[in-house]
Design a protein around this ligand. Structure first.
Ligand code: AMP
Ligand code: MG
Length: 342
């Protein structure tokens, strides 16, 4: 099928709405990453998402709404702490999981008895949901396993020929997927870090557990609470290794690799002049929001440049840095090496 490239105009947003309403798939911009959307109330439309992405069938989808009032029908009940969280951070890059209502198709929840819901802040996203007239189920619009797309070109690179349309809303503001928190457990639990930080969640919830899949790899045999966290993810074709340590020890390590073909450094802005390898940058060392904005683009750039071996500078895990580290860790297939001299 030919994939239309729609623009951010009222006319094209209406066209996207028609396609979605008719059971088709449209990749849409959001403030986090581009999403691959379908009518969340239509199980057979949602099933096409899994096919287009090559997504494992056991990985549930997030339902996107354009008004707080739409949440009620999707969940069994909205407890007070859930409403408090929504009031604090919606619309925005936060996904809240609660026990689902009967109208959620099995394709959306992938057989679980819960549903993940998000109210995005990007105006264009909300206009598209309004144009469709229904909540939209939308995972990231990448082929399963590769970095999430943060602009229309990357989305088209992955989805051309697989879906009806991509709507170009420019570059995504945050550049990593939403924070996912489940309130379906006794103690609220962070399943995926994002731009809404654990500290911000604790301000409203009081207690918050951090799922062990967030900062590391699940041990064999342990069942993932969030099925998406168990897969290798966000990966460029190159083999990525995170080097923990100072810039000077990174440079020493890099010097030993210099001259090896197709070997790159993934580093912070301004470090290119001292690292003795070809470099791709992913934001400022002291500013995790610039890192989240750049990371997935940088990973795709490494592919475009033919990188086979990549050594990455390790970000701080404070605040939004936790989300950056979580994605980079998966891109690296959990390969982290300490490079400071012992
Ligand atoms: P994506 O759509 O690519 O942003 O991925 C959605 C993430 O949310 C994945 O990691 C899913 O496993 C997770 N998720 C969605 N719905 C649920 C749910 N009901 N319970 C637990 N995790 C969920
Ligand atoms: Mg994804």
């Amino acid at each position: 099928m030919e994939t239309l490239l729609l623009q951010n105009t009222d006319q094209d947003i209406a066209r996207a709405g028609e396609i979605l309403c008719g059971g088709g798939l449209v990749a849409i911009p959001t403030e986090t990453v581009y999403g691959l959307a379908a009518n969340a109330m239509d199980g057979s439309a949602v099933a096409k998402i899994f096919h287009a992405k090559g997504r494992p069938q056991d990985n549930p989808l997030i339902v996107h709404i354009s008004e707080l009032s739409q949440w009620n029908a999707l969940v069994r009940e909205i407890p007070p702490h859930a409403m408090a969280l929504a009031k604090a951070y919606w619309p925005g890059p936060l996904t809240i999981i609660l026990p689902k209502s009967d109208i959620i198709p099995d394709e959306v929840s992938a057989g679980l008895d819960t549903v993940a819901v998000r109210f995005p802040s990007m105006r264009t996203t909300r206009k598209i949901i309004d144009a469709a007239g229904v909540p939209l189920a939308a995972p990231s619009a990448n082929l399963s396993g590769s970095p999430s797309p943060t602009c229309a070109r990357h989305t088209m690179d992955d989805m051309r020929g697989r879906i009806e349309a991509v709507l170009d809303g420019g570059e995504c503001n945050f550049g990593v997927e939403s924070t996912v928190v489940t309130l379906a457990t006794e103690v609220p639990r962070l399943l995926r870090p994002g731009a809404v930080t654990p500290e911000e969640l604790r301000e409203v919830l009081g207690s918050l557990a951090i799922d062990e899949a967030v900062m590391g790899q699940l041990k064999e045999g342990v069942q993932a609470v969030s099925p998406g966290m168990k897969y290798k993810h966000y990966s460029p074709k190159a083999e990525v290794t995170i080097l923990k340590g100072s810039l000077s020890s990174f440079c020493e390590f890099a010097a030993a690799q210099a001259g090896h073909p197709h070997t790159y450094a993934l580093c912070f802005d301004g470090e290119e002049s001292v690292i003795p390898l070809p470099c791709v940058t992913y934001g400022r060392e002291d500013d995790p929001l610039t890192q989240s904005h750049r990371l997935f683009t940088a990973l795709r750039e490494l592919d475009e440049r033919g990188a086979r071996q990549v050594y990455a500078r390790c970000p701080s895990t404070d605040g939004v840095g936790m989300a950056v580290y979580n994605r980079l860790l998966r891109a690296a297939g959990f390969s982290v090496v300490a490079c400071d001299a012992q």
